[in-house]
Design a protein around this ligand. Structure first.
Ligand code: BDR
Ligand code: CA
Length: 335
């Protein structure tokens, strides 16, 4: 029985870990900042030895596209990484009516800090076209996509040119919920609910997919000690992260009665930098887009009862202190 349960559980071997860490990954970060998106972006931009960020692409999600695009540029300015282009993408989901999460992230998509118009603007061109062009010219399996919001941009790119899938090394998605229950409906997580049709397109493309769902992010939460740890870094970046998280985590702490709050999107970046902090299982996933109470639900066949081939790695465990140690170490490098 025990053996059966362990079947399929992914334990990162020392060898796999070393080879992953040795190479710098080429990554495109697709995002809808968003409080936790900004923390994720700072963590990524402070980690050049692990992540070669080719571009940041923005999508409407937590707030409207103009605001997510401004906030992505703000994060870039705060990290001193104006070398990274920011492309704006889809302003609305593929099919469903747009929804936003400004009740949680605030009217500007970022609370706890002052927002301003950053000095450097957007890159010329649309994010979807950028994805199509870049992936069309890339080596096979060479580019990782970190998806921190609704998956609309990547879905549109795959619809426009399905062959680009072969240039993708891995797509790591923050989204979904199986064991945890949802955060926007009883069963759906926000990013999947905001554009389930896009998630279906990405799933059907056959790319290597890793999901970072609420099952995991609700185990990697803040605490008073972790806030103190971040504050002790005592630079502008850490102060901003403390202020942003202080405003952000209250909502989930109240809703779920948890002693701390998740920093969802930052776990995607931490997984790309230190996969050994996380574990999960390969499983078959289906995304529900039927109107009704299960709209946006991620149905994970955790025990392989349907005997269908696994199509995702579903992460459900994370080393919370390891995550905050990594975040602290990397933020200390910024101004
Ligand atoms: C996800 O939804 C957004 O509100 C957050 O930025 C995160 O990507 C969590 O459900
Ligand atoms: Ca997000």
């Amino acid at each position: 029985m025990f053996k059966h349960l362990l079947k399929g559980v992914v334990l990162m071997s020392a060898v796999a870990t070393t080879s992953l860490q040795a190479a710098t990954r080429d990554v495109i970060i697709d995002t809808d900042p968003g409080a936790d998106d900004v923390v994720a972006l700072l963590l990524a931009m402070a980690s050049p030895e692990d992540l070669n960020i080719r571009a940041i692409t923005t999508v409407a999600g937590n707030v409207r596209l103009d605001k997510t695009s401004r906030n992505a540029r703000l994060a870039r300015e705060w990290a001193g990484r104006e070398d990274i282009p920011v492309y704006a993408g889809a302003g609305r989901p593929l099919v469903r009516k747009p929804i936003y999460a400004d009740d949680i992230h605030g009217r500007e998509g970022l609370e706890g800090v002052k927002v301003h118009e950053p000095k450097q603007g957007l890159a010329q061109g649309n994010a979807v076209q950028y994805l199509v062009d870049t992936l069309s010219h890339a080596e096979p399996h060479s580019i990782t996509l970190a998806m921190l919001g609704p998956q609309t941009n990547l879905a549109l790119a795959l619809i426009q040119k399905p062959e680009i899938a072969k240039s993708i090394k891995e797509v790591v998605v923050m989204g979904g919920a199986h064991f945890n229950g949802g955060n926007i409906t009883p069963v759906a997580e926000f990013n999947l609910y905001a554009d389930p049709h896009a998630a279906q397109v990405v799933l059907a493309s056959g790319v290597k997919l890793t999901y970072v769902p609420l099952d995991l992010t609700h185990k990697v939460i803040t605490s008073e000690a972790r806030f103190k740890q971040l504050a002790a870094i005592n630079n502008q970046a850490s102060q901003r992260v403390v202020d942003i998280l202080d405003a952000y985590v209250k909502h989930d702490m109240d809703l779920y009665g948890m002693p701390g709050g998740p920093v969802h999107d930052a776990s995607v970046i931490a997984y790309l930098i230190k996969p050994e902090l996380f574990s999960g299982r390969r499983a078959h996933l289906e995304v529900d887009s039927r109107e009704g109470p299960t709209f946006g639900q991620t149905v994970v066949d955790w025990y392989a009862v349907l005997k269908r081939p696994a199509n995702v790695l579903w992460l459900n465990e994370g080393d919370a202190q390891g995550f905050f140690d990594l975040l602290s170490e990397r933020l200390a490098r910024l101004q």
